[in-house]
Design a protein around this ligand. Structure first.
Ligand code: MN
Ligand code: MN
Length: 464
């Protein structure tokens, strides 16, 4: 230290993070190439069911077979668990037995959206509508007067499952909800932001032509029913047995003159799903068995049978332990988890909500978040210093870019991830993921460099 002075000493003693492209220009080309696959995945994965189907298709093409608890697997074998077509685990068996711990990377594949109500269809003033109930943290005004696609399944009374996808192909019609014209929005302008469009005003316009029969009441609704019956064989009764969602229509797009950003619906959290998927399928014979989880229901608190508050992931790990004749509690206690989810990037247009010294920034790489929560860290998995150090030292040892950041200023708001549901199983867990601008908007932004950096972090963890 005696030899160091001025700038050199300052560099040694202080902490700062550089733009990835300033550190290594070659990362730009690598990240652009990687993100081509990501953008295709995003465009084709507008719902958790579509994401799960695409993950399973990629897994099967890479040699994964359905996990059978009665079978014995060896190092390098690749298996999948399909939880009700809406959540998935992929696993590559490691060289060590699982009581040495497994490497969990847990992302979620559900996103904020508008769900149809169980009895959705009605007519008002000769316009046919669907009633909706929004899902997850939605700024409702962002969803008005913008094209929406309809995706989902209907289970017919005879048990047959019908898939519906309308609004993504260039020749498809789209749907939308209306907003008031500015000329008549004097009273609406006085509403608070969350009520600019109220929940019960999120009514989706379906059509406006009457069924041609003078005797019929609600003839425009009848046109919609006839369309649904002729095209899909479903009745109004069968719409009760359904999961139908409205999501922003259209493909992921490059953003900016330099095409360095990706604008799309669903980065939160399909960006961590895709990057961990790529790291998982490329794993050969890691030391530790991988458990790469793609969960449902994170946006509504991880409850539900395919969310991470359910025990399905633990059941899989228990089966692995039983298969190898080792203790499943020892297995859980020695396991490590990256809770793979996005964080809010510092937005120079809205600086007031961020602590600039404790925010993540675009193009500075994967963000590792020690704690989330709200109101004095309530509801957080606050990673131990030891585990935070273990993960960040691992990334440093590989020369990878990373940064840290809180979710906004103290008491500005907050949020949570699946981390607390994994750590409650006695598993060391830390949050890690991609910085996002306009999180939960119909058009979220990430940078290609950050996406690639996150993939590199997952590769390092899985092959630790
Ligand atoms: Mn998320
Ligand atoms: Mn979210």
């Amino acid at each position: 230290m005696e030899n160091l002075k001025g700038k050199e000493l300052q560099k040694m003693l202080t902490y700062s993070v550089e733009h990835i492209a300033k550190k290594d220009e070659s990362m730009v080309e690598k990240s652009f190439e990687f993100c081509e696959g990501y953008m295709d995945f995003l465009t084709a994965s507008k719902t958790e069911r579509l994401a799960a189907a695409n993950i399973l298709e990629i897994a099967k093409a890479n040699g994964y077979t359905e996990f059978d608890p009665a079978k014995t697997y060896k190092a390098g074998d690749k298996v999948y668990v399909n939880n009700r077509d809406r959540a998935v685990i992929l696993s590559t068996l490691g060289q060590k037995t699982v009581d040495n711990g497994v490497s969990i990377v847990a992302s979620h594949i559900d996103c904020p959206r508008l769900d149809l109500k169980p009895n959705p269809l009605y007519e008002s003033n000769e316009i046919a509508y669907f009633k909706t109930h929004y899902y997850g943290g939605v700024k409702r005004y962002q969803w008005a007067a913008t094209p929406l696609a309809l995706h989902g399944v209907v289970i017919k009374t005879n048990g047959e499952k019908v898939d519906i996808h309308i609004g993504e192909e260039p020749t498809d019609p789209v749907f939308c909800l209306s907003d008031l014209l500015p000329h008549l929005a004097k009273d609406q302008a006085e509403r608070k932001m969350r009520d600019v469009i109220r929940g019960e005003e999120m009514n989706i316009i379906l059509g406006s032509l009457p069924y041609q029969d003078e005797e019929i009441k609600d003839a425009v609704k009848m046109t919609a029913l006839v369309y649904l019956y002729e095209k899909y064989g479903i009745t109004e009764r069968e719409l009760l047995n359904a999961e139908l969602q409205l999501v922003p229509a259209g493909a992921a797009k490059d953003v900016g003159f330099d095409r360095s950003l990706i604008g799309s619906y669903g980065h939160d959290d399909r960006v961590c799903a895709y990057t961990s998927l790529m790291a998982e399928v490329e794993a050969e014979t890691p030391d530790y068995t991988t458990v790469t989880v793609f969960a449902d229901k994170e946006e509504v608190g991880s409850d539900g049978v395919a969310g991470l508050h359910s025990d399905w992931m633990e059941h899989f790990i228990t089966y692995l332990a039983q298969m190898q004749g080792v203790n499943h509690l020892t297995t859980l206690g020695n396991s490590k988890c990256l809770s793979a989810d996005v964080n809010a990037a510092y937005d120079p247009t809205f600086p007031d909500v961020m602590d600039p010294r404790n925010s993540c920034y675009l193009n500075k790489g994967v963000v590792i978040t020690k704690y989330t929560g709200a109101g004095g860290k309530s509801g957080t998995n606050d990673s131990t210093a030891e585990f935070f150090a273990e993960i960040t030292n691992m990334l440093d040892a590989k020369g990878l870019s990373w940064q840290t950041g809180e979710l906004g200023k103290v008491d500005q708001g907050g949020g949570g991830t699946v981390a607390k549901f994994v750590s409650q199983k006695n598993i060391d867990t830390v949050d890690i993921g991609v910085p996002v601008l306009s999180m939960h908007a119909p058009f979220e932004l990430v940078t290609k460099l950050d996406v690639y950096s996150t993939y590199q972090a997952f590769v390092a963890f899985i092959n630790r």
